[in-house]
Design a protein around this ligand. Sequence first.
Ligand code: C2E
Ligand code: MG
Ligand code: MG
Length: 266
Amino acid sequence: RSLFRSDRAALEADLREAVKQQQFTLHYQPQVVGTGYLTGAEALVRWHDAELGNVPPSLFIPLAEESGFIIAIGNWVMGEAVRQATLWQKAGRPVVVSINVSALQFQQPDFVERVNSTIRSAGLNASLVELELTESILLKDANEALARLHALADLGVSLAIDDFGTGYSSLAYLKKFPISKLKIDRTFVMGLPADESDRAIVGATIAMARALKLSVVAEGVETAAQRDYLRELHCAAFQGFLCSPGLPAADFEKLIASLPKAGGAP
Ligand code: C2E
Ligand code: MG
Ligand code: MG
């Protein structure tokens, strides 16, 4: 079977098996400022199937969301990312690890308690965890979502809005919710610096984030020209192939050993 030919039902069966056998790994992609000092790492799930090879998340995450497997996958990701962050903490090289949370996972009644117990039982400093949420978490029950976000913030984890600008944006939530970061979606960064509408959207997002005292990270930065333009707009923080793609933990450690340390000229 090839990934190209495989139909939905077959892929779903494979995914069920992958969940059962925990055939997932995590890669870590650095978030950096300026010339490259590290501010954090995003945990990105990887699925390697013996027959299909590496199945891209853009293919299996939507399927996992529809089938409900995302809950089991998300729980595994949470446990594994916290385990890794705890190892880095113990090694004296703390790294803020960002974990993607899908809407269905966020809506689980035990979600907040699970985050809490995972972090506490590992002995991890909660400030080393950031949860990446999408605007879609607000669609279902905004009041319940608000209560849940406050409960999470009270645990000491920080909250970021992922893919900002691509969802059903109600800007009202930005002032109401205990969010500390916006991640500008790659689709807006892609056209920088040439595309006029991308420049307008990214410029406005950065200005708004500054006014609301939120930090902002640009996603999918691939060129020095994009990074330099973002820096002119006062967004020095970025994540993207220009610095590095997601890497297995061991390779990530080698990479960060070679990055400049905080305090150096950004
Ligand atoms: P995302 O959370 O927006 O993650 C960023 C995606 O952009 C990652 O794709 C990353 O590899 C890719 N990326 C980063 N820099 C660049 C760049 O410079 N150029 C290009 N072309 N791409 C770049 P990935 O790993 O394929 O993940 C895709 C999406 O799958 C993620 O988007 C996220 O929505 C979802 N995902 C990944 N891991 C998890 C997870 O553990 N749980 C959940 N719920 N979703 C996940
Ligand atoms: Mg993300
Ligand atoms: Mg994103």
